[in-house]
Design a protein around this ligand. Sequence first.
Ligand code: NBP
Length: 478
Amino acid sequence: ATADIGVTGLAVMGSNLARNFARHGYTVALHNRTTARTTALVDAHGDEGSFVATETPEEFVAALKRPRRLLVMVKAGDPTDAVIREFAPLLEEGDVIIDGGNAHFEDTRRRERQLREQGIHFVGTGVSGGEEGALNGPSIMPGGSPHSYESLGPMLEKIAAKADDGAPCTTHIGPDGAGHFVKMVHNGIEYADMQLIAEAYHLLRAIGGYDPQQISEIFRTWNTGRLDSYLIEITAEVLAHTDAATGKPFVDVVADQAEQKGTGRWTVQIALDLGVPVSGIAEAVFARALSGHADLRAASRGLPGPQAKALKGEAAATFADQVEQALYASKIVSYTQGFHQIQAGSDAYGWDIDLGRIASIWRGGCIIRAAFLDHITAAYEGRPDLPSLLSDQRFAEEIGAAQDDWRAVVAAAAHGGVPAPGFSAALAYYDALRAERLPAALTQAQRDFFGAHTYRRADREGVFHTLWGGDRSEVDAG
Ligand code: NBP
């Protein structure tokens, strides 16, 4: 046995991760259900490092040094279970199976539990950065036992992206499903970031009166400031692109129906279970869903509403600055909500996740990489028990300074009839948190009225019920 690690599942992600390991000096055993993929990889890239191509699961396992490290990069769901069923009987105590697919964290918890009984470490691992990241350095979010990280961590740290300060974009996230949970929320935040950027574009076009080329320039400028991020950068590229067939802006020839694979939806489903208000992520998932209802949209197109009037000159430029403020403020809210969800997951499952470390490993390699994440890391380093990102002085001051423009943009969207669910939901969240009193008091009173659900009083301890159907006197319901 000569291989330091083995990769089974050699589609784009598995192939690129295998090459990444090999380029860092590791000997990599290769396996794929269909051998043609293994052969193709060795033919095309065999000279990049040391590979051991294998055909059968037995050969593959035999090629691995002990404790064996076996990275599974197959389609998430049943294929992952099939691969585990195939390989687990061939492994021994202390060996490590790493699942780098986009698994649901509950599946990861189940698999970890089952394999633990056999003495096998199961490391559910989030990998972000797409195929390019897999090859050149992804952000890696491994869960599993701390023991497994001792042998695996140094290898992951080698192949991971490096942040600007040189730190590797990986860390041990926490036990069992913690890695996949954090990857899931990462993707949820990614949905929210993308939705906010899309709304900024829409507003700049419909109300600002800018064309895609000009908006590309605006994004390019934003990318040199506090919004500096991969998603802003690629947005500028997309908006500057012209369709070769028609000569039109590319964004105008793409069908306006956004698809999704499921991690954003999972984030919202789990947030509902945990009772965490991730309204920005939810709006982003629903915005994609709404866009896909072509028939409903066609049937609704004639509904009355204002026609947004485009601003000109100085007024348009001022509006663009306001949109930048609204985007930044809404982004702070998205991350506040996402980190709240990670904290809630960590509490519910006993993962003890270090939120500052999470922000720090998202600084490179992944889709939401952004300069902004440095400030989140600093916020949690300064105060590990920070109740919310909005409690951090820097973020509180920034959002405070942005709020007038943010409100102006949300108002302009409403007046102009331009949907801005992400901006609006973020602002509503901010104002709800700030509120001295919420109308939840009325909601709870209604619940007591129709269902005798009882209520607590703001002025004294206890649980009460009002006899709504009788003399409306209050009784002690404690
Ligand atoms: P795919 O998700 O397209 O999966 C293809 C691989 O799964 C092939 O190697 C295929 O083998 C194997 N496979 C299947 Br399908 N069913 C199998 C089974 N029953 N037994 C054994 N192998 C089976 O590949 P991918 O796009 O490279 O993604 C791999 C994983 O990484 C997925 O879980 C994905 O969600 C995750 N991920 C993807 C990205 C991305 O940007 N694409 C990013 C981060 C994570 P075959 O060749 O024999 O058909």
